[in-house]
Ligand binder design. Structure first.
Ligand code: NAD
Length: 726
């Protein structure tokens, strides 16, 4: 018995059950692995024991490595990381090669290192509702405990690449069909089935790859099929990663070379690939933001201290349009009652219909049962009466983007609710402090900015106005946690943080059009940078007219002279005036923007007039030069947000950029991007870009100061690593 595993005996079968104290799931770490192996060795040495079953006392099996522990490993040298990896391989090989049979009973999901441990057990029983998966690629790593060697030797190169390079899970039925597990049974029967397999002598004496003359299924090295598999996978990979993500390429190399090497040599080849990725910049940046940063944000580590947790029993949503109906869906899905209020019964009913449609799709995809779906819909209460908001802890308005309407809605809500009630506005552009002037209780007024489509987008930007209290910020954060999204908290300013910085990506594209850069090259470079879409396609989707309205409103309120003095390139507006006002092509929603769209709103070709209106000049810039402009411009604007105290922490900026507008995830976010280039280099780049392209690239003082003091946003990456020759 240890804090990690529990051991029981059933006649001559020893059962080791992973059940880490104080954790809801089992994770692999040096400590848990040592404890497990020690117990395994005891049973293996015990003559009274005929075989060993490995299972878990949680609802899942093992969900991967304890990533919290990876931080310690990141400080190691390449030699140390490699040596640690090889020790793990040795442990796994000892289990795999033991004369005494070990069978695994996968009672629930086996992910990452958990799946790799399962593959070392010579007999595998899996629960019919469990999944097996290798998600390492999603944080820039590869399965480094034999996953890239055992899986292809079980299911063949091609099919295993489809799993290993995408992080997609294998469901039980598929795992059985592919020969990855031997039996699939209901979860309650996995242990007895594994015991029976040992008793019946069904566990093979050796792993298949330890048998003489073993050949992996599927295509064989040196054949045309083999060449075709790897050529095809390589082409697809280049198309999808644009060369920004090293992990899928190294997974492919591991499978390609590994299948041509004796098994133990293949494992050490995999170990070298893992070490290189692990100490490389990309995995470090991805782990930093996608794992540590996001987890800390989800756990509300920055929640104001001393404010009691909010128990939500009722949330109001005003405006049952695109955004309001989505917010209502999320609230009801989280188990909370939601009053969905609009000006007419028809409008409120339309919002409810959106919720019904959304829930219907979830039921059809088997993500919830029909009964659960009905319960969600029943929690949404359409209304036209503000009295229904009484007793709500929070109300979020998502009415038209109009100061006057929002002021009326604020007053009516406050009249119907008590002094503890918090009022959130989903405005996308109007400063919070100004909107709070309509409130009797401005300390309880806050911005809660969702992204469209609400159900799908993971981030919520919370905006504190000048008078917003800590209590209101805490309630807003508690709500975001309730609906299982990731919050960042920023301070009030025009465009807040996400919309302001996102706008610089598309604005740069307009500047490039005006410079005579080929629009197709602009789009390719945008995609090559790792942004989810080219900038012209992206603004088509968001609504080009929305972009124009925002610039017009900004000019009206701030004034042209001041905007120009701040380095805003107002010339970019010419492009918007032309496409929206002159050509009446506001974007995808009407099937016409920079691109044409077919009847079902699918993108067709770029509108030929774009190239005519903005003819390409003779000499064109290179893709890397354009990539640099696209990414640098967003980072410079983020640094300005930090200088102005709109964003107060680098990790908030990074999380907001990736989850808010899809900033290239391989970078770890806008600030990680500059940090990992090296701030002195980034500063120099910006000075050079500003000299050629204008003040928007001018490095902010905060950057100059940090460089002068030799500071960084995050610790410098480990010294450049060298891994023994591959
Ligand atoms: P929408 O036009 O789809 O919906 C607005 C709804 O508000 C309509 O159902 C309308 O009937 C209702 N409404 C108008 N006046 C009202 C009143 N006085 N009382 C009650 N209901 C009233 O708009 P939307 O796209 O959902 O945007 C709503 C808000 O969210 C705006 O402030 C917008 O800036 C913001 N926002 C929109 C997006 C987006 O992508 N659409 C993203 C973030 C934020």
């Amino acid at each position: 018995m240890t804090q990690y595993v529990k051991v029981t005996r059933d006649d001559d079968i020893g059962i080791i059950s992973w059940d880490i104290d104080g954790q809801s799931t089992n994770t692999l770490s040096e400590g848990s692995m040592l404890a497990f192996f020690e117990e395994w060795e005891k049973l293996n040495a015990d003559d009274a024991i005929k075989g060993i079953v490995v299972t878990s006392g949680k609802s899942s099996f093992i969900v991967g490595a304890d990533i919290g522990k990876l931080e310690e490993m990141q400080a190691m040298s390449a030699e140390e990381v490699f040596a640690q990896n090889q020790r793990l391989h040795e442990t796994f090989r000892t289990i795999e090669k033991a004369a005494k049979p070990t069978a695994v009973a996968l009672n629930g999901d086996a992910l990452g290192g958990g799946a790799e441990l399962a593959l070392t057990c010579r007999y595998r029983v899996m629960a019919d509702d469990a999944k097996m998966g290798f998600p390492e690629v999603m944080i820039g790593l590869l399965p480094g405990a034999g996953g890239t060697q055992r899986l292809p030797r079980l299911m063949g190169a091609k099919d295993s690449l489809g799993v290993l390079t995408t992080g997609k899970n294998l469901r039980a039925a598929k795992a059985l069909a592919a020969g990855v597990v031997h039996e699939v049974v209901p979860a309650a029967d996995v242990v007895s089935a594994a015991k029976q397999a040992i008793k019946d002598g069904k566990v093979p004496a050796k792993a298949p790859w330890d048998e003489k003359g073993f050949k992996a299924p599927g295509e064989q090295p040196g054949t045309g099929e083999w060449t075709q598999t790897f050529a095809g996978a390589g082409a697809l990979l280049r198309k999808e990663t644009k060369g920004n993500y090293p992990a899928p390429a190294r997974i492919m190399a591991s499978v390609y070379h590994g299948l041509q090497l004796p098994f133990d040599k293949a494992l050490s080849f995999e170990g070298r690939q893992f070490t290189t990725l692990f100490l490389g910049k990309v995995s470090r940046a991805m782990i930093r933001t996608l794992w540590f940063g996001r987890n800390a944000a989800n756990k509300l580590e920055k929640r104001p201290a001393g404010v009691p947790n909010t128990e939500f029993t009722k949330v109001g949503v005003i405006g049952a349009g695109v955004m309001g109906a989505g917010i209502a869906s999320c609230t009801a899905m989280a188990g909370c009652d939601c009053v969905l209020l609009d000006i007419s019964e028809e409008a409120a009913a339309k919002g409810l219909q959106h919720v019904k449609d959304y829930v219907g799709r979830q039921v059809a995809k088997k993500r919830m049962t029909a009964e659960e779906g009905e319960a969600v819909v029943a929690r949404v209460h359409p209304s036209t009466n503000y009295d229904d908001l009484a007793g709500a802890q929070l109300t979020i308005e998502a009415v038209f983007e109009d100061r006057g309407i929002k002021a009326k809605v604020t007053a009516a809500t406050e009249a119907a609710t008590d002094e503890n009630h918090v009022f959130g506005t989903n405005t996308s552009t109007l400063p919070i402090t100004g909107l709070a002037e309509a409130a009797e209780r401005p300390d309880n007024f806050i911005g809660i900015h969702f992204f469209s489509p609400v159900e799908k987008m993971p981030l919520v930007e919370i905006i504190r106005g000048e008078k917003t209290s800590d209590k209101a910020a805490a309630v807003a954060m508690d709500y975001v946690k309730l609906i299982k999204k990731t919050p960042i908290v920023v301070n009030d300013a025009r465009g807040f943080y996400t919309s302001r910085v996102f706008g610089t990506y598309t604005r740069e594209a307009f500047m490039l059009l005006l410079e005579g850069v080929n629009p197709f090259l602009i789009e390719n470079a945008g995609r090559a940078s790792g942004m989810p879409m080219g900038p012209l396609e992206l603004i088509d989707m968001v609504g080009i007219d929305t972009g124009l309205k925002i610039i017009e409103a900004t000019i009206k309120e701030v004034g042209e002279a001041e905007l120009i003095a701040k380095g805003e390139p107002l010339e970019a507006k010419q492009v918007l005036d032309w496409i929206v006002t002159e050509c009446e092509r506001p974007g995808q929603k009407v099937g016409k923007g920079f691109y044409d769209y077919d009847g079902s709103n699918k993108r067709a070709d770029m509108w030929p007039e774009v190239s005519k209106r903005f003819p390409a000049k003779g000499e064109q810039p290179s893709v890397p030069d354009l990539v640099k402009r696209f990414l640098h411009v967003q980072t410079v604007e983020t640094l300005r947000c930090m200088e102005e105290n709109v964003v107060t922490a680098a990790d908030d900026a990074d999380i907001g950029s990736i989850f808010g507008w899809g900033f290239a995830p391989w970078t770890g976010g806008v600030i990680s991007y500059a940090n990992d280039i090296g701030l002195p280099t980034f500063l120099k780049d910006c000075e050079e870009l500003a000299a050629v392209h204008g003040a928007r690239f001018e490095p902010p003082q905060i950057l100059k100061d940090m460089v002068a003091k030799g500071e960084t946003f995050y610790p410098a990456p480990a010294a450049a690593m060298k891994v023994a020759a591959e």
